[in-house]
Design a binder for this molecule. Structure first.
Ligand SMILES: [Zn+2]
Length: 269
């Protein structure tokens, strides 16, 4: 009898462990993402965590370069989903990974505590329209805005302006982008470009990665600054097509390494 009771207890414990294993998906986290590294590659969950941290580094780089203080934001599309990461409505220089929210393409917070920026609709509008865009920055930088106040069209006439940005049209409507309808109009105006300027307001910059979007934002502002300086002393001369053909494609690796080394690596609160 004692042996029989012990055996049945063993079976009960075994079945309980099996059920526990199935419930926890045996080594898989939410969404079935693999928790463990396989063949040295990062798991899906690790990639998502790394994307959150990269977004905070991007925020701090934009802040370091005085493109956003105290207003502005950057978002990233969560891979293989119709959701994005964007922070709660704080100044980009102050956000931490704790401030990262999950937002759907209607601009609604679906994970995390707090509210996000009222201009989240420019992000969602562009993500809905552009499958190639995985990161979007909105800046309020001085020189880019000064160009629009002077009613001067952006001209990509220095190396990185052409390599990283190309054309950037000016959206003439005054005001912030606080509705989904305006977000869709911004996306339509942007078309296939990498950036646009908002008259008397700022700029929006897009790209396939947080790194490239962040570096494009920096070079957009630098190009606007140089264009204004050139305009002050003469007439800026655009690249000839032969000159532009000599430029190499954009590669954000070195500038990202440089700028990320200058911001705090302590991303926790
Ligand atoms: Zn704005």
């Amino acid at each position: 009898m004692v042996v029989g009771k012990m055996m049945s207890s063993v079976w009960v414990i075994s079945i309980a462990l099996l059920l526990l294993c199935f419930t926890a998906q045996c080594g898989q986290g939410a969404g079935g993402a693999q928790l463990q590294e396989q063949d040295g590659t990062r798991s899906e969950l690790e990639e998502v965590d790394a994307l959150k941290e990269k977004l905070i580094i991007g925020n701090r780089i934009l802040d370091l370069n005085e493109l956003v203080a105290p207003y502005g934001h950057i978002s990233a599309r969560i891979p293989n989903s119709d959701r994005i990461f964007i922070t709660s409505a704080k100044s980009p220089g102050l956000v931490t990974v704790e401030d990262v929210l999950v937002v759907n393409l209607d601009g609604e917070v679906v994970e995390g505590e707090g509210i996000t920026y009222s201009e989240v609709h420019m992000h969602t509008g562009i993500y809905k329209a552009r499958d190639d865009v995985n990161a979007i920055a909105h800046t309020h930088s001085d020189y880019a805005v000064a160009l629009t106040i002077a009613d001067i069209p952006f001209q990509p006439s220095m190396n990185q302006a052409l390599q990283y940005i190309g054309q950037a049209k000016t959206w003439d409507r005054i005001g912030t982008i606080t509705t989904s309808e305006l977000g869709e109009q911004v996306a339509e105006f942007l078309g296939a470009d990498n950036a646009l300027l908002f008259k008397r307001h700022g700029a929006v910059i897009v790209g396939p990665t947080v790194e490239l979007t962040t570096i494009r934002a920096i070079f957009l502002e630098r190009a606007a600054k140089l264009q204004l300086l050139a305009t002050a002393v003469g007439k800026p001369v655009p690249f000839t097509s032969e000159e532009s053909s000599r430029l190499l494609p954009a590669n954000p690796s070195r500038p990202w390494q440089y700028y990320s080394s200058k911001v705090s690596q302590d991303l926790a609160p």
